[in-house]
Design a protein around this ligand. Structure first.
Ligand code: ADP
Ligand code: MG
Length: 138
């Protein structure tokens, strides 16, 4: 398996609820190296550009509203097979369907407010990391 990078976000719901430290512990316990980390309040333009692939979907406006309501934690992570592994640690998009012990099962409220984000493929990971981090930060 190749060494990969993925973009992880602790979403506004989880940051506001005080779950940042517990989620970062899960990241480290699962063997990810945190290459870069920043707390940031996203602007509408930040969120719309980041989620451009979802533009036109019914939940897009709600998603942008949610992601800009309070600060998030942005992280670039690295490990073997990082993209799939971080999605495994997060669990399914809908917390109701997520496996026990996953980030979304533990800390997500519903399919929209689901505590965390992870890239879904090498191309999207490269785009998402470059959306938030400069090469010199990684
Ligand atoms: P994932 O984050 O697991 O990759 P998607 O890429 O499909 O999931 O969706 C991006 C984000 O949009 C989700 O994490 C969630 O916050 C939100 N979302 C997805 N589907 C819905 C929905 N049906 N209703 C409300 N919000 C949604
Ligand atoms: Mg996605």
């Amino acid at each position: 398996m190749p060494i990969e990078r993925t973009l992880a976000i602790i979403k506004p719901d989880a940051v506001a609820a005080g779950n940042t430290g517990k989620i970062i512990s899960m990241i480290e316990e699962n063997g990810f190296k945190i290459l870069a980390l920043r707390k940031q309040q996203l602007t509408r333009a930040d969120a719309e550009g980041f989620y451009a692939v979802h533009k036109g979907k019914g939940f897009f406006a709600e998603l942008v509203e949610f992601m800009t309501e309070a600060p998030v934690i942005l992280m670039a992570l690295e490990r073997e097979d990082a993209i799939v592994k971080w999605r495994d640690v997060m669990g399914a998009t809908n917390p109701e369907k997520a496996e026990a012990g996953t980030v979304r099962k533990l800390y997500g409220a519903n399919i929209g407010r689901n505590a965390s984000h992870g890239s879904d493929a090498p191309e999207t990971a490269a785009f998402e990391i470059s959306w938030f981090f400069r090469g010199s930060e990684l």
